[in-house]
Write a protein that binds this ligand. Structure first.
Ligand code: RIB
Length: 309
C-alpha cells in the first residue's frame, strides 16, 4: 500500500510573542500592546499545518522536562499529529522563541533551542522505518544539520528541506540530498551570498543553488509568491500570491511548507506548479490572523480554492 504519511523531523518551541506598534531599533525600549504564549517552532508548525489540512502526520522531535513539555504534546495531539516520537528530554528546557510582531505584520525572532539541540542522528535511526515508509519527509535547521542529512539519506519518498534558520557555513549535502530545497528571500541570500529582493534576483540565487547541487529549489517571496526551478529542465516558474492585509506573518513560511507536503503526499494529481500555487494561498491566508499554529486553516481553504479554477 502506498503511504500518505508526512513525517516531520524538527523543532518544538514555545513562542513568547509581544505585539508592538513597530519593531524596536538597536538599544531602544518601546511599549508593546499585548503579550501571548503560543506553541511554535518551525518543525512542529509545519507538521501542524499539514495535519490541519487533513494530512496523516507524525513528528520526530524533542521537548524538555519542564512545565511546557506535556502541554505542548497535548496540543499536538489535539491537532491530530502522531506524537509517539516526540521525546521528553531530562534536564533540558523546551525550546523557546522570543518574538516581536509589528502593526504591519513584520516580525523579529530569537530562538533558544534547548531540548531541540538534543535531537540526534540516533533518534532518527531509531525510527528509520517510519522515515523510509513516508510519502513526504520534511526537515528544517532549528535542529542539527546531521539530523537533517541522515533523514534525507533514509527518505525514499519526497524530501523537503526548509533551510531555516539559514547557515552561512554548511555541509553541501544539505543542498544536494533533498528532493526540494526551500528558502525565503533572506535565507536564499545567506546560502548564496546574493541579494534577493525581487523575482529576477531570486532566479539568480536559485541558479546558484542548482549549481551547488540542489535537485529543485523553491524561493518564497512573501507577497510576491514563490519561484520554482529544477535541475532537469531549468525552466523558472513564478507563482503569484493572493493580495491580503497582513496582521502577523510569523509562521507563514511554515504554513507554505506544511501545505506543500500535504499536497505532494495526498493530491499528487496537481503536480508541483499547482501545489505551490495552493501552498501560497494557504500561507497568505495565515498572515491575516495572529499567531502561527493557531492561524493555520483547515481543509476548507483548499476545497474552495480548487472550485475557483
Ligand atoms: O517560523 C516561525 C517559527 O520560528 C516560530 O514559531 C518560532 O518558534 C520560530 O521557530
Amino acid at each position: 500500500m502506498v503511504s500518505n504519511q508526512i513525517v516531520v523531523i524538527g523543532s518544538c518551541m514555545v513562542d513568547f510573542v509581544s505585539y508592538a506598534p513597530r519593531l524596536p531599533k538597536t538599544g531602544e525600549t518601546i511599549h508593546g500592546r499585548k503579550f501571548v504564549t503560543n506553541f511554535g517552532g518551525k518543525g512542529a508548525n509545519q507538521c501542524v499545518a499539514a495535519a490541519k489540512l487533513g494530512g496523516e502526520t507524525a513528528l520526530i522531535a524533542r521537548v524538555g522536562d519542564d512545565v511546557w513539555a506535556k502541554k505542548y504534546i497535548d496540543s499536538l495531539c489535539k491537532d491530530g499529529v502522531k506524537v509517539d516520537y516526540v521525546k521528553e528530554t531530562e534536564s533540558f528546557s523546551t525550546g523557546i522563541a522570543q518574538i516581536i510582531v509589528s502593526d504591519t505584520g513584520e516580525n523579529q525572532i530569537v530562538i533558544v533551542a534547548g531540548a531541540n539541540n538534543e535531537l540526534s542522528v540516533e533518534d532518527v535511526e531509531c525510527v528509520k522505518d517510519v522515515i523510509t515508509n513516508a510519502a513526504v519527509v520534511v526537515l528544517q535547521l532549528e535542529t542539527s544539520e546531521d539530523v537533517a542529512i541522515k533523514a534525507c539519506q533514509l527518505c525514499r519518498g519526497i524530501s523537503i528541506l526548509n533551510g531555516a534558520p539559514a547557515l552561512s557555513k554548511f555541509d553541501l549535502q544539505l543542498l544536494q540530498l533533498p528532493t526540494i530545497f526551500c528558502v525565503n528571500e533572506s535565507e536564499a541570500t545567506v546560502f548564496t551570498g546574493l541579494p534577493v529582493n525581487n523575482v529576477c534576483e531570486a532566479e539568480a540565487a536559485a541558479t546558484k543553488l542548482l549549481f551547488l547541487g540542489c535537485k529543485s529549489v523553491i524561493i518564497t517571496l512573501g507577497p510576491l509568491g514563490a519561484i520554482y526551478v529544477n535541475n532537469e529542465d531549468k525552466q523558472f516558474i513564478h507563482i503569484g500570491s493572493p493580495l491580503v492585509k497582513s496582521v502577523d506573518s510569523t509562521g507563514a513560511g511554515d504554513a507554505f511548507i506544511g501545505a506543500l507536503a500535504y499536497l505532494l503526499a495526498n493530491e499528487k494529481e496537481h503536480g508541483i506548479q499547482k501545489s505551490i500555487q495552493l501552498a501560497c494561498i494557504v500561507a497568505a491566508d495565515t498572515v491575516t490572523r495572529p499567531g502561527t499554529q493557531t492561524s493555520f486553516p483547515g481543509p476548507e481553504i483548499l476545497k474552495c480554492r480548487k472550485q475557483d479554477n
